[in-house]
Design a protein around this ligand. Sequence first.
Ligand code: CU
Length: 86
Amino acid sequence: MDAVHAKHGVPSQLRQCHVAFAGDYVIEGHVPMDAIARLLKEKPPVVGLVVEGMPIGSPGMDGPKLQHYEVLTFDRQGRTSVYARK
Ligand SMILES: [Cu+2]
């Protein structure tokens, strides 16, 4: 996994348990589809999107109590910015 992350420019502190690719973007962690669709439409100059941790209520993380979480964009330097709040 580390090699995959390094190859695609994902800063080490943002690496999650799941990684996916959408177009030229890296999707780290449990990122919802609507955020990915928006990313592919808007094409911001970032490496990709990340959801840190494993929030309950994010895709693939069903649970009794929804947890609010943020979808962040990130760049190669590890700078993040909030892209969506869930
Ligand atoms: Cu996970």
